[in-house]
Design a protein around this ligand. Structure first.
Ligand code: ASP
Length: 472
């Protein structure tokens, strides 16, 4: 009968039994008579030992090298008292090897994976990410990211939210960053844009009567990358109908508090309810709109959340016109609606925008939306858009709002940044399985890369000779 595989974490409960495990050779220590193989699977590590009396198994074990993939059948023995390692999960047991089956060999790894990898050059780590991901720290980061996403999905589902996917091939949205564009083969000369966020679609879902939406969504912005930025990143995006500022902030706050309590019980939230400060106060007191309010910045387990509200709606452009500070689809605060409609004292209009800062990082932001057609038109007029352009670019939003859109509001949280802070990592690349380098490349896939002449011709585009240069 085929023996079922045991996960390494479960071995400690199987003393005296014969079991089969599978995984990677972490280290091999050849002590002459005894050969120790530390084997690793996704659940943990175990010391296995080949004894001289099982000759065949011992010969096989002597061939093994780091990162070879093997299946081992063996007997679970209690370690002699003085060999017990109390700090390890399986420190009180070891597996006496009976049979070794080599499932795959491995070339000598380009870097060690038994440590946290912080000393290894990042380009090399990313070029060999499949190997880098095997290290304990990366395994933990990705598994905790999954736990957080699972928590979010359950929490929001329990609060009557529906997870809905929105398109990746869409149209340029005015969200402040540069769009990634995709040339259309079927409509030469036309382009899709990849979404900077699902902002417009989620509002259209509110017009569509879905009432409570969320999505763990990929957002794409063609910006210069920085430590806590990536060309593509993940947001927890949500939107709710018949909701005001308090509702969205309350829901978000409760979600964070419960997630930390359940998944990071060692961490302490400095202040509950989260403090709320105005943009003006934040700038005057901390010279930052995402202040770091931690009382003790050396404590890695302290989380200081803080809401920032009352941002100006518009700011001056370099050319002397106006543009939005955060989101053109936000509603002004109720007391400024009149001013917006009359396009008066534009610089003084405050928006319903709320940002959430965590330990000095912007963890997310959202607003109550402008669900009135005329008011949304005014925003675009203030930004200097002609009527024709407004209808060409945003006609779908204006038509949706005039067909019975409920009042609504929402928020988006930067999942990568939140995970970076929760996992005490220095940058978001450490909590993303396959991030781009600081200068937006994927050295493993060698992307971005050229495409064939045929592909270019089909798309009806031309590459300038001088374009073969990098912009950085
Ligand atoms: N779409 C906004 C953003 O990506 C968030 C929101 O207002 O919901 O920043």
């Amino acid at each position: 009968m085929m023996m079922k595989r045991t996960y390494i974490k479960d071995i400690k409960d199987k003393i005296g039994e014969e079991i089969k495990i599978a995984g990677w050779v972490d280290v091999r220590r050849d002590h002459g008579k005894l050969i120790f193989i530390d084997l690793r699977d996704m659940s943990g590590k175990i010391q296995t030992v080949a004894l001289p009396n099982h000759k065949e198994a011992r010969d096989a074990a002597s061939k093994l090298r780091s990162e070879w993939v093997v299946e081992i059948v063996g007997k679970v023995n209690k370690r002699p008292e003085k060999m017990v390692n109390k700090d390890e999960v399986n420190g009180n047991v070891e597996l006496e090897i009976m049979k070794v089956k080599i499932l795959n060999e491995a070339v000598t790894p380009v870097f060690g994976i038994n440590d946290d990898g912080r000393e290894v050059n990042e380009e090399t780590r990313l070029a060999n990410r499949y190997l880098d991901l095997r290290r304990g720290r990366m395994q933990k980061n990705l598994r905790m990211r999954h736990e957080v996403m699972k928590f979010i999905r359950n929490y929001l589902s329990d609060n009557n939210f529906t997870e809905i996917e929105t398109p990746l091939l869409t149209k340029s949205t005015p969200e402040g960053a540069r769009d990634f564009v995709v040339p259309s083969r079927l409509y030469n000369g036309k382009f899709y844009a990849l979404p900077q966020s699902p902002q417009q679609y989620k509002q259209l879902l509110m017009a569509g009567g879905m009432e409570k939406y969320f999505q763990i969504a990929k957002c794409l912005r063609d910006e210069d990358t920085r430590g806590d930025r990536q060309p593509e990143f993940t947001q927890l995006d949500l939107e709710m109908s018949f909701a005001d500022q308090k509702d969205v902030m309350g829901l978000t706050e409760e979600m964070f508090i419960k997630a930390v309590k359940e998944l990071y019980p060692q961490k302490k939230i400095q202040q509950i309810p989260f403090p709320i400060i105005t943009y003006k106060e934040a700038m005057e007191k901390y010279d930052s709109d995402k202040p770091d309010l931690r009382e003790d910045k050396n404590n890695p387990d302290l989380l200081a959340f803080c809401w920032v509200i009352d941002f100006p709606f518009f700011e001056k452009t370099e050319k002397g016109g106006w543009t939005f500070t955060h989101n053109p689809f936000s509603a002004p605060k109720p007391e400024y609606v009149e001013m917006l409609m009359r396009k008066e004292k534009i610089g003084e209009i405050l928006t319903t925008q709320y940002d959430i800062a965590l330990n000095g990082f912007e963890a997310g932001g959202g607003s109550v939306r402008n669900h009135k057609t005329e008011a949304l038109q005014k925003v675009f007029e203030i930004m200097g858009f002609e009527k024709e352009k407004i209808w060409r670019d945003f006609g779908h939003m204006l038509r949706a709002f005039s067909s019975g859109a409920p009042p609504h509001g929402g928020i988006a949280l930067g999942l990568d940044r939140v995970m970076m802070i929760l996992q005490n990592e220095p940058n978001i690349r450490e909590v993303i399985a396959f991030p781009k380098t600081g200068d937006a490349r994927d050295p493993m896939m060698d992307s971005p890369s050229e495409i064939s002449e045929e592909q270019i011709a089909e798309l009806g585009i031309q590459i300038k000779k001088s374009a073969n240069k990098s912009k950085i």
